[in-house]
Design a protein around this ligand. Structure first.
Ligand code: PEP
Length: 259
């Protein structure tokens, strides 16, 4: 795969944390202070909705959105509102949204299209549930697992070629999220090649190569750089480790130094 020159993207998914606005402000403030000057990395903080305003100079992202821009959908937040709040990104299709909120590939597709329509960039999460698609030689392979392909085709359904570079695909194997058991750099590289191959078939090679592919799942300051260097990930989607400012800042610095 040719060397890609755009900035590495590091997306912090705080999930339903921390428990107070004061802690959110402290976390965001420390990260902003410590990463100032690291020009070749793009950092996006995705706090819960009520804390979106604590993200100052860094790019702002939301963890989810609705598929309509307004209306009678009690408790929901629309992509248009997020854009108005200064968000640049929204995470769509996270496995926890599927597990706890019943999100299907169809809902994910509606959200992707609504987010793009509102002018947001999408961090689209995809990933298989288990690591059990082995070939005859016992090698694990994405080619044998229909899940990833289905998720990609489902999410991109009806998305125009001119818009696909506004989607960042985060390869997040469910078995690696929050388990302390990350994928290997080889897994990440093969997922990236596989994702780009499906997108080239759906669109074309030139456009598919513009879609950034992140890795997410049990990343930390010790293992981050290897996913970038050996796994050729275009960045990381970080869950648990993004709540510890020292850990997260170290991760950003190791990516900065290794990209
Ligand atoms: C996530 O939930 O997107 C994630 C990558 O979590 P963690 O880093 O905690 O595995």
């Amino acid at each position: 795969m040719k060397n890609e020159t755009y900035k590495k993207l590091i997306v912090a998914n705080w999930k339903m944390n921390p428990s107070s606005a004061k802690e959110a402000e402290e976390l965001s403030g420390t990260v902003q202070r410590e990463v100032r000057g690291l020009k070749n990395v793009e950092i996006v903080l995705c706090p819960p909705f009520p804390y979106l305003s604590v993200v100052g100079a860094l790019a702002k992202g939301a963890q989810s959105c609705h598929w309509e821009q307004k209306g009678a959908y009690t408790g929901a937040v629309s992509p248009a509102m997020l854009k108005d709040m200064g968000c640049e990104y929204v995470i769509v299709g996270h496995s926890e949204r599927k597990q706890y909120f019943g999100e299907t590939d169809e809902i994910i597709n509606k959200k992707v299209k609504a987010a793009l329509k509102a002018g947001l960039k999408v961090v689209l999460c995809i990933g298989e549930d288990t690591r059990d698609s082995f070939d005859s030689k016992g090698h694990w392979t994405h080619e044998l697992d229909p899940k990833l392909k289905e998720q990609i085709i489902g999410a991109f359904e009806g998305v125009k070629k001119s818009n696909i570079q506004n989607i960042v695909v985060a390869y997040e194997p469910v078995w690696a999220i929050g388990t302390g058991n990350p994928a290997t750099p080889d897994d990440v590289l093969s997922a990236k090649i596989f994702i780009r191959k499906i997108l080239s078939n759906l669109y074309d090679r030139k456009e598919a190569d513009k879609v950034r592919v992140l890795y997410g799942g049990s990343t930390n300051k010790k293992n981050s750089a290897v996913f970038i260097k050996e796994g050729q990930a275009d960045g990381l989607l970080v869950g648990g480790a993004s709540l510890d400012s020292d850990e997260f800042v170290e991760m950003v610095k190791s990516i900065y130094e290794n990209s």
